[in-house]
Design a protein. Structure first.
Lengths: 1184, 352
């Protein structure tokens, strides 16, 4: 435990000039409800006396939590209530209630059985989902924590038994079980490091010093601190995290909302035809039934009684409403639910969405929104943890005006590859193949698909030399600097300084691995970690930090031996987002006082002395290059101080430091500013903010699929822009529209002035876009959180949205979680299009809940985003598969399925209505009750479910090759009213054909050679046979993908009908009634039965067949053509065409890798031409 | 669904690390949605072939059905108005309800085409709603099948019980259907010779054997109260009351024919048929029509031109569609899988 002791000795709070003095409340973005001084709120906690809280009238709640929706008692009533909130279910419930009365046209069983089946199935699903939540709660409640018992003795207790007032001891890397007040920590001065990723998604550790207002929140994690003691003040549902957790709104997909409208339409039709038949009934009953002596009108039940015509009419209306209920597909909801659960299980099972590293498969947490995945228009993405891994790789540097580092960034590699393949395709001639880029990096045989940008291929093709860095955080490769070779460089002094700045100017702590002796670093930010790792690899290993010194082990000194150099840290001016720089003032072993500074290039460049600008020009050029290649850059500078100069300044500084008052911070800043001037530029670093695997390619594909991508990040603007570059949302040559506020303006000006200013910026930008003539011009909108506060206000948000929609990419930086949600809402409501929000941290929860679809990144520690999300995937890149394949399929499946459902129920339901006209509107059905029960539940359900689960218009790899196919979803080609009404029309046509053909064929003459005429059972059964055959043939025509399952279900359904009829007819007449022996004896021997079935079936599907044939032959849709290409194997015969088309299939994108690479290629080609005209063979140093 | 606090989520995270290995989805062609599939494509060739095939099958079948229908000889004559004596022309209902009037009526007609035995004799009613919900339900299948269930008359009201000696006795067969049994009778003479009408086996065998009991005898049927239609021989079991069995199979439409019997001798052209009708059944009250039909059958049953015509029409439409597609395809061919028809090639500049 030497490590711990060393660290405990450091009073770390001294390290921070700015960090520890900021009150933590400012970060919360609002008044902290826990503040004791807050108006009207106080909470009394008796420390170490937990039992008091039970006795006294405080009633603080227990620490167990429950997130379930139901418990054993409430399940039945609550779940039933949920079920009967659907209009259709209420209707069926009422119908079932009435089924016992003589009003009902059907037997009670035939009404209750399908309803019970449907409702029971949905409730079983609810119960299953809730039980999962319950098990998770139990697991959390049973987690253990050390609680003080007596006399300093701590015993482990489960979380649920922790009470207010308990003193708990939390060890390193444990979660806090409740909201705690910090009492002490393993560090002398009582600070501790806390990771609040679960709460706000920020990975940077937060420092908590001992202070009454500093509450350690439940579910944050103790880091870098061996242990802390704390007293429990808020438990269970009182804790902040529970108070903040909101019920996520239950989301419904656009298709389902539209489906409701169709259901309402059908209800209207139902009511309409019920009225028509009631009027018919009243007329018949009033004027004719009195003469129908065979009905005994003198002694008749009230519901037919001509003398009580009003009552009879009313009761008939109810009868009719129940009778025509087959228009409303009772099994629609349950079928859709079954289908969606199965679709979701396919998403979960997709092996290509399984992340090997974290071991997490994709998880469709709600199955409600599968089809919504196919209709997304705008993606709102978080940055850290979603697009980036938050891991930096030191890749390049510029020292003394020379650029080092030969390894290419991801952007460069992709550009190289694209160039190479383009040239291959266009056959540009041999002189071009000398182009240095192609020669070195990409072998021709590896370039097969021009349009595909697959980095992995490029990397592996280049052999072992270019494998990703073995050392985490260090991707640098250049023999000029490695292994001490820099000693031979002519700028050796500058290089030495560069390395020293890297190894000294930071706030990290080293941790020595006792086995290997290698240091690893716990740094506040990953950039800093990357610098230290780089310094170590260059031979400047930062190995120890004490209270006031930093020790660096230098491997390559002038003497050739390993020497340890100790730097005395005089002052540390740490990094804040406002300062954008950090400096240390050190005294080295020779007694020199030096200031080392690193910071954003713009800031550093402003602070250079006249003689410090030696490398300014070259460095600027390199910085631009790095930026273009998507790297994060910092400039490094130094300044030597003499003793007197320093002492004077230090006095000022100490004065400012010890001052008390509101302007302390401002004073400190001012004094620091005085010191960080007249710097001498050394060079610059370029760090690759490691994007998550496949992110640029995924963004590229999504952009090609026509999706708009917005990045919402809590990061500062520079970082956000860098990431924008790295993942190709931004590129050089794009016109950036930055809407920001002068920070002074906010404080000084009145609100109207500020708003006017922003509005002005927005209007100007919109104007600029309108004036733009170049069709290739792309705009990027970058806006920061403060500005956004005003831009999101009601009077301005539409202008803002209008501008944002015109821009190819939008980046919002420094936004709070709430603003993320507000932006999401603005896009959702303003454009009326489907939005998808993706994020990984608790700060994304609002946005995830607000968006139409929320996607959480799973597999990381914080699971809040996942818990709030509708879909959880392990990596951003899986979004492509989730949307372009699963979304596309699910959208088409559900859309076709719903259309078909309405078709079949209209086709069936209307025949019942027509028959009424021939049965005196008496409410008699021509079909046997059992036929009607089976129609929805058995005979037509499985084929439509198989359509909903298994249909594929094109195989998955084609979906990926033609992202543009995705646009069929957002454009809603398969569920527009035209199509819905078309299907309804088809249903109407089929009902007419089925009913009247059968009626006319079986009119009055004999239908058997033996002279028998058809009775109602024979006519009804024939009609029903025709319906079953027609709707099942119809679905076979609708499908384009038949596995054995579809064959089994479609043809099996028809087979099942005959089988049922056979078995039903064999049953004793007590059960089979009029259907006794109907198939064997009555229908099967009659040729007319079979010929009528064939005739009616073909007549029903003929118009649809002609329609789809015509559409495909003369007005083909994209998937038709692609199916044909695949069918004729044209893609294999003519690969050139296939490649060309799949690259053209992309949306004209202005963002994404492709667009970026194209821009770069244009640039390079221009350059090449210049070179050729000058007849020079020298390659540009930049690209070697 | 609620947002769980991350404590529960952290538990989930722990769980994940424990179960890491087992969470990998297992590969199967089913779960990866890669099952081998038949993906038919409606290419023009297929379209033309399908429509031609439909035409090739439908037109001959239609012609066959039509010719079969044409071979059927059917003689139908309506007698409801002609069988009312002139004195009762304005008061047919009174005539038919009056027990004392002579209901016998003689009708003559000449056979125009040869009719080959068996010749089926039907009565045809019009505007008679055997499919009315009240009517359809007014029967007791149990009672018809077994003598034990003779009290099972709950669905038969008001024809369920009769009061005999102040005691309710169940009616067998109960209900409106049986009560309103058709009771006109026909005697047919050909050239003054009686033609035998065979009234056996006119009902379905299953009805006779199973649904109407051989040990169930009519009881209390049409003995008091309103008299509906025919009376039944109380000594004959229901299974042998074939007229009743035929009648009890309710028709689907208000106009229907029911089999009356069979004539098992051929009728030649110019034969003069005389039908002696007992005109008992009251269709006058509700304005129904009554006809007598003699008809032969073929494999499609009785005369039914519609089936053949419908087949020919559908077949012809298919043929026209096939020709239409062929013509369109010749005039405006589209090479299959031609990428120039892709939407992004048709309107350059993207789909938007």
């Amino acid at each position: 435990m030497t490590k711990g002791r060393i660290r405990a000795r450091i009073r770390r709070s001294h390290l921070y000039t700015f960090g520890c003095i900021r009150p933590s409340t400012t970060e919360e973005g609002g008044p902290n409800p826990l503040q004791l001084h807050g108006p009207g709120y106080s909470r009394t906690v008796y420390c170490n006396q937990p039992l008091i809280h039970e006795k006294k009238s405080l009633f603080y709640c227990k620490n167990n939590i429950s997130t379930t929706k139901y418990n054993v008692l409430t399940f039945l009533p609550k779940a039933l209530f949920e079920q009967f909130r659907r209009v259709a279910n209420i209707y069926f419930l009422l119908a079932a209630c009435l089924s016992a009365s003589p009003i009902s046209p059907f037997s009670p069983l035939s009404m209750i059985a399908p309803l019970a089946f449907v409702v029971g199935l949905s409730m079983a699903k609810e119960a299953l989902e809730d039980s999962r939540r319950f098990l998770q709660d139990v697991k959390v409640n049973n987690r253990k924590v050390s609680v003080h018992k007596s006399n300093g003795e701590f015993v482990p207790k489960s979380w649920q038994r922790v009470m207010v007032g308990d003193v708990v001891r939390v060890e390193k890397d444990q979660f806090f079980p409740a909201d705690l007040l910090l009492l002490s920590s393993s560090y002398e001065d009582g600070i501790c490091y806390v990771e609040t990723m679960n709460l706000d998604g920020e990975t940077n550790l937060k420092v908590y010093p001992l202070d009454p207002s500093q509450i350690l929140l439940r579910d944050s994690k103790l880091r870098n601190t061996d242990y802390v003691y704390g007293v429990v003040i808020f438990t269970g549902h009182d804790s902040k995290v529970m108070q903040n957790s909101t019920k996520s709104p239950s989301k419904r997909s656009t298709i389902e909302k539209k489906m409701d409208h169709i259901i309402y339409t059908l209800f209207t039709v139902l009511i309409l035809i019920s009225f028509i038949s009631s009027i018919g009934f009243v007329v018949k009953t009033r004027f004719q039934v009195p003469k129908w002596w065979y009905l005994r009108p003198d002694n008749i039940e009230y519901q037919y009684d001509p003398k009580k015509i009003m009552l009879a009419g009313m009761s008939h209306l109810i009868t009719a409403l129940i009778l025509y209920g087959y228009l409303i597909p009772i099994s629609l909801y349950v079928s859709i639910e079954i289908v969606k659960v199965l679709q979701a299980s396919f998403i979960n099972q997709d092996i290509q969405m399984y992340d090997e590293e974290t071991g997490t498969p994709a998880d469709a947490r709600t199955s409600n929104l599968n089809e919504e995945l196919g209709q997304v228009d705008t993606i709102l993405s978080d940055k850290t943890g979603t697009l980036t891994c938050n891991q930096m790789d030191f890749l390049k540097c510029s020292i003394a005006g020379t650029s080092y580092g030969v390894r290419s960034s991801e952007v460069e590699l992709a550009a190289a590859k694209q160039m190479a393949s383009d040239m291959e395709e266009q056959d540009m001639g041999s002189d071009l193949s000398n182009f240095p880029l192609i020669k070195g990096s990409v072998p021709q045989e590896n370039v097969r698909r021009a349009g595909e940008i697959e980095l992995e291929t490029v990397i592996t093709s280049k052999g072992d030399a270019d494998k990703r860095p073995a050392i985490k955080g260090f991707g640098f490769e250049d023999s000029r600097l490695m292994n001490g070779n820099w000693l031979k460089d002519r700028n050796v002094d500058v290089i030495l300084l560069f390395f020293r700045i890297l190894s000294v100017c930071h706030t990290a702590i080293p941790e020595v691995n006792e086995e290997t002796g290698v240091c690893t670093y716990e740094a506040e930010s990953p950039d800093e970690g990357a610098f230290l790792v780089a310094a170590r690899e260059f031979g400047f290993e930062f190995c120890r930090r004490t209270q006031s010194t930093v020790v660096v082990r230098e491997k390559f000194s002038a003497s050739g031996e390993v020497v340890e150099r100790e730097y005395r840290i005089l002052n540390l001016l740490d990094f804040t987002s406002k300062r954008k720089r950090m400096s240390v003032i050190v005294r080295d072993e020779e007694g020199n006082i030096i200031l080392f500074c690193k910071g954003a290039d713009s800031i550093i460049f402003d602070r250079l002395s006249e003689n410090g600008k030696m490398y300014l020009e070259a460095t600027t050029r390199h910085l631009n290059e790095y930026g273009e290649n998507g790297l994060r850059t910092l400039a490094l500078a130094y300044k030597r101080l003499n003793e007197q100069e320093y002492t004077e300044w230090n006095n000022e500084f100490q004065k400012a430091r010890t001052s008390v008052g509101t302007d302390r911070e401002a004073m400190l800043e001012e004094v620091s500013d005085l010191m960080e001037r007249e710097l001498i530029l050394v060079g610059a670093t370029a760090v690759e903010d490691k994007l998550q695997k496949g992110v640029p390619q995924c963004i590229d594909k999504l952009a090609q699929a026509g999706l708009k991508i917005w990045v919402l990040t809590g990061d500062k603007m520079e970082t956000a822009i860098n990431i924008g570059f790295a993942c190709s949302l931004l590129r050089q040559g794009m016109k950036q529209i930055c809407i920001t506020l002068d920070s002074n303006a906010v404080t000084n000006d009145r609100l109207e002035v500020v708003k006017g200013n922003i509005l002005n910026q927005i209007t100007n930008a919109s104007q600029m876009i309108k004036m733009e003539k170049d069709p290739h011009a792309a705009f990027a909108l970058i806006i920061d959180g403060k500005t956004l506060t005003y831009a999101l206000e009601d009077d301005m948000k539409h202008q803002f949205l209008g501008l944002a929609v015109d821009c190819a990419s939008v980046i919002c930086c420094r936004v709070s979680p709430k603003q993320k949600a507000l932006v999401t809402r603005l896009v959702k409501e303003g454009t009326g299009k489907t939005t998808l929000a993706i994020g990984d941290g608790a700060n994304d929860v609002g946005m995830i809940q607000e968006a139409d679809i929320g996607v959480g990144i799973s597999g990381v520690e914080g699971m809040q985003a996942v818990m709030a999300s509708d879909f959880a995937i392990a990596q951003f890149r899986f979004l492509e598969r989730l949307l372009v394949i699963h979304g596309h399929w699910c959208y088409k499946r559900i859309a076709q399925m719903i259309c078909y459902f309405f078709y079949k129920n209209i086709a069936f339901g209307l025949t019942i209505f027509y028959f009424e006209a021939f049965a005196g509107f008496s409410g008699q059905s021509v079909y046997d009750d059992w036929y009607m029960i089976l129609f929805n539940v058995v005979l037509t359900s499985l084929p439509v479910i198989s359509l909903g689960v298994f249909e594929q218009d094109v195989p998955s790899e084609v979906c990926l090759q033609f992202p543009a196919l995705y646009q069929q979803g957002p454009r809603n080609l398969f569920f527009d009213w035209y199509r819905i009404l078309g299907w309804m029309g088809n249903g109407l046509y089929s009902s007419l054909i089925i009913f009247f053909l059968v009626i006319i064929i079986f009119y009055d003459q004999a239908f058997r050679i033996n002279g028998q005429t058809a009775d109602m059972a024979a006519v009804g059964t024939t009609m029903f046979t025709c319906i079953i055959c027609a709707v099942n043939c119809q679905i076979a025509l609708t499908m384009s993908h038949f596995t054995w399952i579809q064959h089994l279900f479609v043809w099996g359904s028809i087979g099942t009908w005959y089988l049922f009829l056979l078995i039903y007819g064999v049953l004793p007449p007590k059960y089979s009634k009029t259907a006794y022996q109907i198939l064997i004896e009555v229908l099967a021997p009659a040729p007319i039965y079979w010929t009528a079935t064939v005739l009616v079936t073909i007549a029903c599907v003929l118009p649809y067949l002609a329609h789809i044939s015509f559409q495909r032959c003369f007005n083909p849709m994209d998937h038709h053509i692609i199916q044909e290409i695949k069918y004729y194997k044209k893609d294999i015969e003519d690969q050139h065409m296939w490649t060309r088309e799949s690259s053209k299939a992309r949306q004209e994108t202005k963002i994404g890798f492709t667009a970026r690479v194209e821009a770069k290629i244009r640039h390079l080609k221009g350059r090449l031409q210049k070179k050729q005209s000058a007849l020079v063979g020298v390659s540009s140093p930049t690209y070697t | 669904m609620s947002t769980d606090p991350s404590s529960s989520s952290a538990a989930a995270a722990e769980e994940i690390s424990n179960k890491r290995k087992s969470k990998k989805p297992k590969y199967s062609r089913f779960t990866q949605q890669e099952l081998p599939a038949w993906q038919p494509i409606l290419t023009p060739r297929w379209v033309i072939a399908i429509f031609t095939l439909i035409a090739l099958i439908f037109i001959p079948v239609g012609l066959a059905a039509f010719s079969a229908s044409q071979r059927v000889v059917e003689v139908e004559f309506e007698y409801d108005s002609t069988c009312i004596p002139d004195s009762y022309k304005d008061n047919a209902t009174a005539y038919i309800k009056d027990d004392t009037t002579n209901k016998t009526c003689t009708q003559k007609f000449i056979i125009n085409s040869r009719m080959q035995a068996p010749i089926f004799v039907y009565y045809q009613l019009d505007n008679f709603y055997q499919n009315h919900r009240r009517y359809v339900k007014s029967r007791s299948d149990e009672q018809l099948r077994t003598p034990d269930k003779e009290n099972d008359v709950s669905s038969c009201s008001p024809e369920d019980y009769v009061i005999i000696n102040n005691k309710s006795e169940p009616i067998v067969p109960c209900g409106l259907i049986a009560w309103s049994l058709f009771n006109d009778t026909y005697k047919i003479q050909n050239n003054d010779k009686d033609l035998a009408i065979n009234k056996t086996n006119i009902a379905w065998a299953s009805d006779r054997n199973t649904k109407f009991g051989a040990d169930v005898y009519p009881k209390n049927f049409q003995i008091s109260g309103l008299i509906g239609g025919a009376k039944l021989d109380p000594n004959l079991p229901l299974s042998e009351q074939e007229d009743l069995i035929v009648w009890m199979r309710t028709a689907a439409l208000p106009k229907f024919r029911k089999l009356y019997g069979r004539i098992e001798t051929d009728l030649e052209v110019e034969d003069e048929i005389v039908v002696l009708i007992e005109n008992n059944y009251n269709t006058y009250e509700f304005g129904g029509k009554k006809s007598l039909v003699l008809s032969t059958t073929t494999w499609i049953g009785g005369r039914n031109n519609f089936l053949g015509i419908a087949y020919v029409v559908i077949g012809s439409i298919s043929l026209l569609l096939a020709l239409g597609f062929l013509l369109l395809y010749i005039l405006k061919p589209r090479p299959l899988g031609d990428p120039s028809y892709l939407s992004w090639n048709k309107n350059p500049g993207g789909l938007r």
